[in-house]
Design a protein around this ligand. Structure first.
Ligand code: ADP
Length: 425
Protein backbone atom coordinates (compact mmCIF):
# COMPACT_ATOMS: atom_id res chain seq x y z
CA UNK A 1 0.00 0.00 0.00
CA UNK A 2 2.94 2.24 0.64
CA UNK A 3 3.70 2.37 -3.05
CA UNK A 4 0.27 3.91 -3.69
CA UNK A 5 0.81 6.61 -1.11
CA UNK A 6 4.22 7.25 -2.57
CA UNK A 7 2.81 7.68 -6.07
CA UNK A 8 0.08 9.91 -4.71
CA UNK A 9 2.69 12.12 -3.07
CA UNK A 10 4.79 12.05 -6.24
CA UNK A 11 1.81 13.01 -8.42
CA UNK A 12 0.96 15.89 -6.09
CA UNK A 13 4.57 17.03 -6.12
CA UNK A 14 4.84 16.93 -9.93
CA UNK A 15 1.53 18.71 -10.29
CA UNK A 16 2.57 21.41 -7.82
CA UNK A 17 5.93 21.81 -9.52
CA UNK A 18 4.29 22.25 -12.92
CA UNK A 19 1.88 24.76 -11.41
CA UNK A 20 4.74 26.62 -9.72
CA UNK A 21 6.68 26.88 -12.98
CA UNK A 22 3.53 28.00 -14.77
CA UNK A 23 2.80 30.66 -12.15
CA UNK A 24 6.38 31.96 -12.15
CA UNK A 25 6.30 32.27 -15.94
CA UNK A 26 2.88 33.94 -15.77
CA UNK A 27 4.01 36.47 -13.15
CA UNK A 28 7.14 37.20 -15.14
CA UNK A 29 5.18 37.90 -18.33
CA UNK A 30 2.49 39.90 -16.55
CA UNK A 31 5.20 41.98 -14.89
CA UNK A 32 7.02 42.49 -18.17
CA UNK A 33 3.89 43.45 -20.09
CA UNK A 34 2.73 45.85 -17.36
CA UNK A 35 6.17 47.44 -17.31
CA UNK A 36 6.28 47.62 -21.08
CA UNK A 37 2.83 49.20 -21.41
CA UNK A 38 3.47 51.74 -18.67
CA UNK A 39 6.91 52.60 -19.94
CA UNK A 40 5.83 52.96 -23.54
CA UNK A 41 3.01 55.32 -22.55
CA UNK A 42 5.29 57.39 -20.37
CA UNK A 43 7.99 57.43 -23.03
CA UNK A 44 5.52 58.63 -25.65
CA UNK A 45 4.40 61.41 -23.36
CA UNK A 46 8.00 62.36 -22.66
CA UNK A 47 8.97 62.51 -26.33
CA UNK A 48 5.90 64.64 -27.04
CA UNK A 49 6.77 66.97 -24.18
CA UNK A 50 10.38 67.20 -25.42
CA UNK A 51 9.07 68.21 -28.85
CA UNK A 52 6.80 70.80 -27.30
CA UNK A 53 9.57 72.22 -25.16
CA UNK A 54 12.02 72.28 -28.08
CA UNK A 55 9.41 74.13 -30.19
CA UNK A 56 8.78 76.66 -27.45
CA UNK A 57 12.48 77.07 -26.80
CA UNK A 58 13.14 77.77 -30.47
CA UNK A 59 10.62 80.55 -30.32
CA UNK A 60 12.21 81.94 -27.16
CA UNK A 61 15.68 81.85 -28.71
CA UNK A 62 14.36 83.99 -31.54
CA UNK A 63 12.58 86.33 -29.08
CA UNK A 64 14.91 86.54 -26.08
CA UNK A 65 12.86 89.37 -24.59
CA UNK A 66 10.07 86.90 -23.86
CA UNK A 67 12.33 84.73 -21.76
CA UNK A 68 11.35 86.35 -18.46
CA UNK A 69 7.69 85.42 -18.64
CA UNK A 70 8.04 82.09 -20.34
CA UNK A 71 6.24 80.31 -17.51
CA UNK A 72 3.14 79.54 -19.52
CA UNK A 73 4.45 76.41 -21.30
CA UNK A 74 6.12 75.10 -18.25
CA UNK A 75 4.94 71.75 -17.34
CA UNK A 76 2.00 71.55 -15.04
CA UNK A 77 3.03 68.27 -13.47
CA UNK A 78 5.69 68.54 -10.83
CA UNK A 79 7.04 65.10 -11.76
CA UNK A 80 8.10 66.45 -15.15
CA UNK A 81 11.23 68.56 -15.44
CA UNK A 82 13.46 69.83 -18.21
CA UNK A 83 16.77 71.50 -18.77
CA UNK A 84 17.87 73.39 -21.89
CA UNK A 85 21.63 73.71 -22.31
CA UNK A 86 23.57 75.72 -24.87
CA UNK A 87 26.41 73.99 -26.74
CA UNK A 88 28.89 75.07 -24.03
CA UNK A 89 26.86 73.26 -21.42
CA UNK A 90 25.48 76.42 -19.86
CA UNK A 91 21.83 76.18 -18.81
CA UNK A 92 19.61 78.53 -20.74
CA UNK A 93 16.30 77.56 -19.38
CA UNK A 94 14.90 74.91 -17.06
CA UNK A 95 12.11 73.65 -14.98
CA UNK A 96 14.02 71.98 -12.20
CA UNK A 97 13.53 68.55 -10.84
CA UNK A 98 12.84 68.32 -7.10
CA UNK A 99 15.81 69.13 -4.89
CA UNK A 100 16.19 65.45 -3.90
CA UNK A 101 16.30 64.39 -7.51
CA UNK A 102 18.26 67.18 -9.11
CA UNK A 103 21.83 66.08 -8.24
CA UNK A 104 21.12 62.70 -9.73
CA UNK A 105 19.45 64.19 -12.82
CA UNK A 106 22.36 66.56 -13.44
CA UNK A 107 24.77 63.69 -13.02
CA UNK A 108 22.80 61.66 -15.60
CA UNK A 109 22.86 64.63 -18.02
CA UNK A 110 26.63 65.05 -17.61
CA UNK A 111 27.11 61.39 -18.60
CA UNK A 112 24.37 61.40 -21.27
CA UNK A 113 25.19 59.24 -24.25
CA UNK A 114 21.75 58.01 -25.35
CA UNK A 115 20.84 58.78 -28.91
CA UNK A 116 18.57 61.73 -29.70
CA UNK A 117 14.90 60.87 -29.44
CA UNK A 118 15.58 57.73 -27.40
CA UNK A 119 14.15 57.35 -23.93
CA UNK A 120 16.17 55.92 -21.08
CA UNK A 121 15.26 54.95 -17.55
CA UNK A 122 17.96 55.63 -14.96
CA UNK A 123 17.86 54.47 -11.43
CA UNK A 124 19.69 55.56 -8.35
CA UNK A 125 19.86 53.31 -5.32
CA UNK A 126 19.89 56.22 -2.91
CA UNK A 127 20.38 56.01 0.81
CA UNK A 128 16.76 56.64 1.61
CA UNK A 129 14.89 55.41 -1.42
CA UNK A 130 15.40 53.90 -4.81
CA UNK A 131 14.62 56.64 -7.36
CA UNK A 132 14.01 56.17 -11.04
CA UNK A 133 13.81 58.84 -13.72
CA UNK A 134 12.80 58.48 -17.33
CA UNK A 135 14.65 60.89 -19.58
CA UNK A 136 15.06 61.88 -23.21
CA UNK A 137 17.22 64.44 -24.98
CA UNK A 138 16.45 66.43 -28.08
CA UNK A 139 19.06 68.57 -29.80
CA UNK A 140 17.90 71.82 -31.39
CA UNK A 141 19.44 72.55 -34.76
CA UNK A 142 19.68 75.74 -36.70
CA UNK A 143 21.38 75.90 -40.07
CA UNK A 144 22.94 72.50 -39.54
CA UNK A 145 24.41 73.55 -36.21
CA UNK A 146 23.33 72.51 -32.74
CA UNK A 147 22.23 75.60 -30.86
CA UNK A 148 20.88 73.92 -27.73
CA UNK A 149 19.91 70.61 -26.28
CA UNK A 150 16.72 69.91 -24.38
CA UNK A 151 16.67 67.23 -21.67
CA UNK A 152 13.23 66.27 -20.50
CA UNK A 153 12.64 63.85 -17.71
CA UNK A 154 10.05 62.51 -15.39
CA UNK A 155 10.22 61.06 -11.92
CA UNK A 156 8.78 57.59 -12.45
CA UNK A 157 9.69 56.19 -9.03
CA UNK A 158 6.05 56.01 -7.95
CA UNK A 159 5.12 54.19 -11.14
CA UNK A 160 7.79 51.54 -10.58
CA UNK A 161 6.92 51.26 -6.91
CA UNK A 162 3.32 50.67 -7.89
CA UNK A 163 4.42 48.05 -10.38
CA UNK A 164 6.56 46.36 -7.73
CA UNK A 165 3.64 46.30 -5.30
CA UNK A 166 1.35 44.88 -7.96
CA UNK A 167 3.92 42.16 -8.69
CA UNK A 168 4.28 41.32 -5.00
CA UNK A 169 0.55 41.01 -4.53
CA UNK A 170 0.41 38.89 -7.65
CA UNK A 171 3.14 36.65 -6.21
CA UNK A 172 1.24 36.37 -2.92
CA UNK A 173 -1.87 35.39 -4.86
CA UNK A 174 0.19 32.88 -6.83
CA UNK A 175 1.43 31.26 -3.59
CA UNK A 176 -2.16 30.99 -2.42
CA UNK A 177 -3.18 29.53 -5.78
CA UNK A 178 -0.29 27.07 -5.54
CA UNK A 179 -1.37 25.92 -2.08
CA UNK A 180 -4.94 25.43 -3.36
CA UNK A 181 -3.63 23.64 -6.47
CA UNK A 182 -1.46 21.33 -4.34
CA UNK A 183 -4.44 20.53 -2.13
CA UNK A 184 -6.70 19.88 -5.11
CA UNK A 185 -3.92 17.84 -6.76
CA UNK A 186 -3.56 15.71 -3.65
CA UNK A 187 -7.28 15.02 -3.48
CA UNK A 188 -7.49 14.24 -7.20
CA UNK A 189 -4.44 11.98 -7.10
CA UNK A 190 -6.07 10.17 -4.18
CA UNK A 191 -9.24 9.71 -6.23
CA UNK A 192 -7.23 8.47 -9.20
CA UNK A 193 -5.51 5.71 -7.27
CA UNK A 194 -8.66 4.34 -5.64
CA UNK A 195 -9.45 1.95 -8.55
CA UNK A 196 -5.79 0.94 -8.64
CA UNK A 197 -5.82 0.09 -4.95
CA UNK A 198 -9.02 -1.90 -5.42
CA UNK A 199 -7.61 -3.84 -8.37
CA UNK A 200 -4.39 -4.48 -6.48
CA UNK A 201 -6.30 -5.61 -3.41
CA UNK A 202 -8.31 -8.10 -5.50
CA UNK A 203 -5.13 -9.39 -7.07
CA UNK A 204 -3.50 -9.80 -3.68
CA UNK A 205 -6.54 -11.51 -2.25
CA UNK A 206 -6.54 -13.87 -5.22
CA UNK A 207 -2.87 -14.74 -4.70
CA UNK A 208 -3.46 -15.29 -0.98
CA UNK A 209 -6.55 -17.45 -1.56
CA UNK A 210 -4.96 -19.42 -4.39
CA UNK A 211 -1.82 -20.20 -2.46
CA UNK A 212 -3.83 -21.09 0.61
CA UNK A 213 -6.10 -23.41 -1.38
CA UNK A 214 -3.12 -25.04 -3.09
CA UNK A 215 -1.49 -26.05 0.16
CA UNK A 216 -3.87 -28.91 0.96
CA UNK A 217 -3.78 -30.65 -2.46
CA UNK A 218 -0.02 -30.27 -2.51
CA UNK A 219 0.39 -31.95 0.84
CA UNK A 220 -1.91 -34.76 -0.33
CA UNK A 221 0.24 -35.24 -3.46
CA UNK A 222 3.37 -35.15 -1.32
CA UNK A 223 1.99 -37.72 1.11
CA UNK A 224 0.97 -39.96 -1.82
CA UNK A 225 4.41 -39.64 -3.41
CA UNK A 226 6.00 -40.51 -0.07
CA UNK A 227 3.74 -43.52 0.16
CA UNK A 228 4.70 -44.68 -3.32
CA UNK A 229 8.35 -44.05 -2.57
CA UNK A 230 8.17 -46.38 0.40
CA UNK A 231 6.12 -49.02 -1.41
CA UNK A 232 8.29 -52.17 -1.69
CA UNK A 233 6.19 -53.49 -4.55
CA UNK A 234 7.54 -50.75 -6.83
CA UNK A 235 10.85 -52.04 -7.99
CA UNK A 236 11.24 -50.56 -11.47
CA UNK A 237 14.11 -48.04 -11.45
CA UNK A 238 12.21 -45.93 -13.99
CA UNK A 239 9.15 -45.66 -11.73
CA UNK A 240 11.37 -44.94 -8.74
CA UNK A 241 12.96 -42.08 -10.69
CA UNK A 242 9.53 -40.71 -11.68
CA UNK A 243 8.37 -40.77 -8.06
CA UNK A 244 11.54 -39.04 -6.93
CA UNK A 245 11.07 -36.33 -9.61
CA UNK A 246 7.46 -35.83 -8.53
CA UNK A 247 8.55 -35.44 -4.89
CA UNK A 248 11.20 -32.86 -5.89
CA UNK A 249 8.77 -30.83 -7.94
CA UNK A 250 6.07 -30.96 -5.27
CA UNK A 251 8.64 -29.83 -2.68
CA UNK A 252 9.58 -26.83 -4.86
CA UNK A 253 5.94 -26.03 -5.46
CA UNK A 254 5.09 -26.24 -1.77
CA UNK A 255 7.88 -23.80 -1.03
CA UNK A 256 6.72 -21.45 -3.78
CA UNK A 257 3.15 -21.58 -2.52
CA UNK A 258 4.12 -20.86 1.07
CA UNK A 259 6.42 -18.03 -0.08
CA UNK A 260 3.59 -16.57 -2.15
CA UNK A 261 1.27 -16.78 0.80
CA UNK A 262 3.81 -14.98 2.96
CA UNK A 263 4.21 -12.18 0.42
CA UNK A 264 0.44 -11.83 -0.10
CA UNK A 265 -0.10 -11.67 3.64
CA UNK A 266 2.64 -9.13 4.10
CA UNK A 267 0.89 -6.83 1.61
CA UNK A 268 -2.25 -7.03 3.65
CA UNK A 269 -0.36 -6.17 6.81
CA UNK A 270 -1.82 -9.45 8.03
CA UNK A 271 1.59 -10.56 9.20
CA UNK A 272 2.16 -9.99 12.86
CA UNK A 273 5.28 -10.67 14.82
CA UNK A 274 4.92 -12.90 17.83
CA UNK A 275 7.75 -11.73 20.01
CA UNK A 276 9.32 -14.06 22.51
CA UNK A 277 12.76 -14.53 24.01
CA UNK A 278 14.83 -16.22 21.33
CA UNK A 279 18.45 -17.25 21.40
CA UNK A 280 19.62 -16.02 18.02
CA UNK A 281 22.99 -17.76 18.36
CA UNK A 282 21.26 -21.08 18.99
CA UNK A 283 18.95 -20.45 16.01
CA UNK A 284 22.03 -19.81 13.85
CA UNK A 285 23.59 -23.06 15.05
CA UNK A 286 20.41 -24.91 14.22
CA UNK A 287 20.30 -23.41 10.71
CA UNK A 288 23.91 -24.47 10.18
CA UNK A 289 23.06 -28.00 11.22
CA UNK A 290 20.15 -28.01 8.79
CA UNK A 291 22.28 -26.73 5.94
CA UNK A 292 25.30 -28.89 6.73
CA UNK A 293 24.37 -31.80 4.40
CA UNK A 294 23.92 -29.40 1.48
CA UNK A 295 27.20 -27.66 2.29
CA UNK A 296 29.01 -30.98 2.61
CA UNK A 297 27.72 -31.99 -0.81
CA UNK A 298 29.43 -28.91 -2.28
CA UNK A 299 32.47 -29.19 0.02
CA UNK A 300 31.65 -25.79 1.47
CA UNK A 301 32.82 -25.13 5.00
CA UNK A 302 30.05 -23.66 7.14
CA UNK A 303 31.44 -21.61 10.01
CA UNK A 304 29.89 -19.88 13.01
CA UNK A 305 31.46 -16.84 14.61
CA UNK A 306 30.52 -14.40 17.34
CA UNK A 307 28.43 -14.86 20.45
CA UNK A 308 27.72 -18.35 21.79
CA UNK A 309 24.38 -17.16 23.06
CA UNK A 310 22.42 -14.01 22.30
CA UNK A 311 18.92 -13.78 23.68
CA UNK A 312 16.57 -11.15 22.30
CA UNK A 313 12.86 -10.53 21.82
CA UNK A 314 12.16 -11.76 18.31
CA UNK A 315 9.65 -13.78 16.33
CA UNK A 316 11.30 -17.17 16.51
CA UNK A 317 9.72 -18.74 13.47
CA UNK A 318 10.36 -15.73 11.24
CA UNK A 319 13.93 -15.22 12.40
CA UNK A 320 14.65 -18.89 11.66
CA UNK A 321 13.11 -18.39 8.21
CA UNK A 322 15.34 -15.35 7.71
CA UNK A 323 18.45 -17.28 8.74
CA UNK A 324 17.52 -20.14 6.45
CA UNK A 325 17.00 -17.82 3.46
CA UNK A 326 20.36 -16.10 3.95
CA UNK A 327 22.40 -19.22 4.65
CA UNK A 328 20.64 -21.17 1.90
CA UNK A 329 21.45 -18.39 -0.59
CA UNK A 330 25.06 -18.25 0.61
CA UNK A 331 25.48 -21.99 0.05
CA UNK A 332 23.54 -21.90 -3.25
CA UNK A 333 25.61 -19.11 -4.76
CA UNK A 334 29.01 -20.30 -3.53
CA UNK A 335 30.97 -22.70 -5.75
CA UNK A 336 32.49 -25.94 -4.50
CA UNK A 337 35.20 -25.60 -1.90
CA UNK A 338 34.04 -22.18 -0.74
CA UNK A 339 33.37 -20.84 2.72
CA UNK A 340 30.21 -19.52 4.37
CA UNK A 341 30.36 -17.76 7.72
CA UNK A 342 27.44 -16.87 9.97
CA UNK A 343 28.15 -14.20 12.58
CA UNK A 344 25.94 -13.20 15.49
CA UNK A 345 26.97 -10.20 17.56
CA UNK A 346 25.65 -7.46 19.76
CA UNK A 347 27.72 -4.38 18.94
CA UNK A 348 25.86 -2.24 21.48
CA UNK A 349 23.22 -2.73 24.13
CA UNK A 350 19.85 -3.31 22.47
CA UNK A 351 21.40 -3.89 19.06
CA UNK A 352 21.84 -7.15 17.22
CA UNK A 353 23.97 -7.75 14.19
CA UNK A 354 23.57 -10.86 12.11
CA UNK A 355 25.89 -11.44 9.18
CA UNK A 356 26.20 -14.10 6.53
CA UNK A 357 29.33 -13.95 4.48
CA UNK A 358 30.26 -16.18 1.56
CA UNK A 359 33.08 -16.56 -0.90
CA UNK A 360 30.63 -17.00 -3.77
CA UNK A 361 29.84 -15.51 -7.14
CA UNK A 362 28.97 -12.04 -5.77
CA UNK A 363 26.39 -9.54 -7.00
CA UNK A 364 27.03 -6.65 -9.39
CA UNK A 365 26.36 -3.05 -8.36
CA UNK A 366 23.28 -2.73 -10.58
CA UNK A 367 21.77 -6.02 -9.39
CA UNK A 368 22.35 -5.10 -5.75
CA UNK A 369 19.53 -2.59 -5.94
CA UNK A 370 17.07 -5.17 -7.23
CA UNK A 371 17.79 -8.39 -5.36
CA UNK A 372 15.21 -7.54 -2.69
CA UNK A 373 12.50 -7.17 -5.36
CA UNK A 374 9.97 -9.95 -5.66
CA UNK A 375 10.81 -12.57 -8.25
CA UNK A 376 14.08 -10.89 -9.13
CA UNK A 377 16.83 -13.34 -9.93
CA UNK A 378 20.18 -12.38 -11.41
CA UNK A 379 20.32 -15.61 -13.41
CA UNK A 380 16.83 -17.07 -13.72
CA UNK A 381 17.90 -20.46 -15.08
CA UNK A 382 20.58 -20.95 -12.44
CA UNK A 383 18.28 -19.91 -9.60
CA UNK A 384 15.45 -22.18 -10.77
CA UNK A 385 17.85 -25.07 -11.10
CA UNK A 386 18.79 -24.56 -7.46
CA UNK A 387 15.19 -24.42 -6.35
CA UNK A 388 14.96 -20.62 -6.09
CA UNK A 389 11.90 -18.61 -6.97
CA UNK A 390 13.19 -15.06 -6.42
CA UNK A 391 11.07 -14.51 -3.33
CA UNK A 392 13.66 -15.36 -0.67
CA UNK A 393 15.25 -11.96 -0.19
CA UNK A 394 11.90 -10.15 -0.55
CA UNK A 395 10.67 -12.28 2.36
CA UNK A 396 13.92 -11.70 4.27
CA UNK A 397 13.46 -7.97 3.94
CA UNK A 398 9.84 -8.22 5.03
CA UNK A 399 10.85 -10.16 8.15
CA UNK A 400 13.53 -7.59 8.99
CA UNK A 401 11.03 -4.74 8.46
CA UNK A 402 8.50 -6.46 10.69
CA UNK A 403 11.16 -6.39 13.43
CA UNK A 404 11.92 -2.72 12.75
CA UNK A 405 15.45 -3.53 11.58
CA UNK A 406 17.45 -3.13 8.41
CA UNK A 407 19.17 -5.42 5.91
CA UNK A 408 22.09 -4.41 3.74
CA UNK A 409 24.32 -6.13 1.27
CA UNK A 410 28.01 -5.74 0.48
CA UNK A 411 29.28 -7.68 -2.46
CA UNK A 412 31.94 -7.90 -5.09
CA UNK A 413 31.47 -9.91 -8.26
CA UNK A 414 33.50 -13.11 -8.15
CA UNK A 415 34.70 -12.51 -4.59
CA UNK A 416 31.70 -12.97 -2.35
CA UNK A 417 28.71 -11.45 -0.65
CA UNK A 418 27.91 -10.29 2.84
CA UNK A 419 24.39 -9.66 4.13
CA UNK A 420 24.20 -7.55 7.26
CA UNK A 421 21.02 -7.59 9.30
CA UNK A 422 20.62 -5.13 12.15
CA UNK A 423 17.84 -5.71 14.64
CA UNK A 424 16.73 -4.18 17.89
CA UNK A 425 17.56 -6.41 20.83
P1 ADP B 1 16.34 -16.99 -5.21
O1 ADP B 1 15.21 -17.83 -4.78
O2 ADP B 1 16.50 -16.94 -6.69
O3 ADP B 1 17.62 -17.30 -4.51
P2 ADP B 1 16.34 -14.57 -3.66
O4 ADP B 1 15.30 -13.51 -3.51
O5 ADP B 1 16.72 -15.32 -2.45
O6 ADP B 1 15.88 -15.52 -4.82
O7 ADP B 1 17.62 -13.87 -4.25
C1 ADP B 1 17.50 -13.04 -5.37
C2 ADP B 1 18.74 -13.13 -6.23
O8 ADP B 1 19.81 -12.52 -5.54
C3 ADP B 1 19.20 -14.54 -6.51
O9 ADP B 1 18.57 -15.04 -7.66
C4 ADP B 1 20.68 -14.36 -6.73
O10 ADP B 1 20.93 -14.00 -8.07
C5 ADP B 1 21.03 -13.18 -5.84
N1 ADP B 1 21.65 -13.62 -4.59
C6 ADP B 1 21.04 -13.79 -3.39
N2 ADP B 1 21.92 -14.17 -2.45
C7 ADP B 1 23.13 -14.23 -3.04
C8 ADP B 1 24.48 -14.56 -2.60
N3 ADP B 1 24.72 -14.92 -1.34
N4 ADP B 1 25.46 -14.51 -3.51
C9 ADP B 1 25.20 -14.15 -4.80
N5 ADP B 1 23.98 -13.84 -5.28
C10 ADP B 1 22.96 -13.87 -4.41
Amino acid sequence: MNVFHQSRRKLTLYYSLIMAVFLVVLIFFVHQSMEWSMESEQARELVETAGRIAGGQEYLLQHPDLLEDAEDWRTSSDRLFFYVFDPDGEPIHFSRASSQLEPFVLDVISRWDTEAGEVAVMSDQGKRRHVRVMMTAQPMMEGGEQVAIVYVGKDVTAMYNGLEKATYSLAALAILALAVAAGVGHVLAGEAIVPLIEAYEKQRQFAADASHELRTPLSVVMASADLLDNDPSITSPFLKQVISDVRDEVKKMTKLVSDLLFVARSDNQALKVKLSKVDLAAAADQTIRLMQPLADKKKISLLREGEASLVAKLDEQKVKQLLLILVDNAVKYTPEGGKVTVRVASPAAGKIRLETEDTGIGISETDKERIFDRFFRVDKARSREMGGNGLGLAIAQEIVNLHGGSINVESELGKGTKFIVTLKG
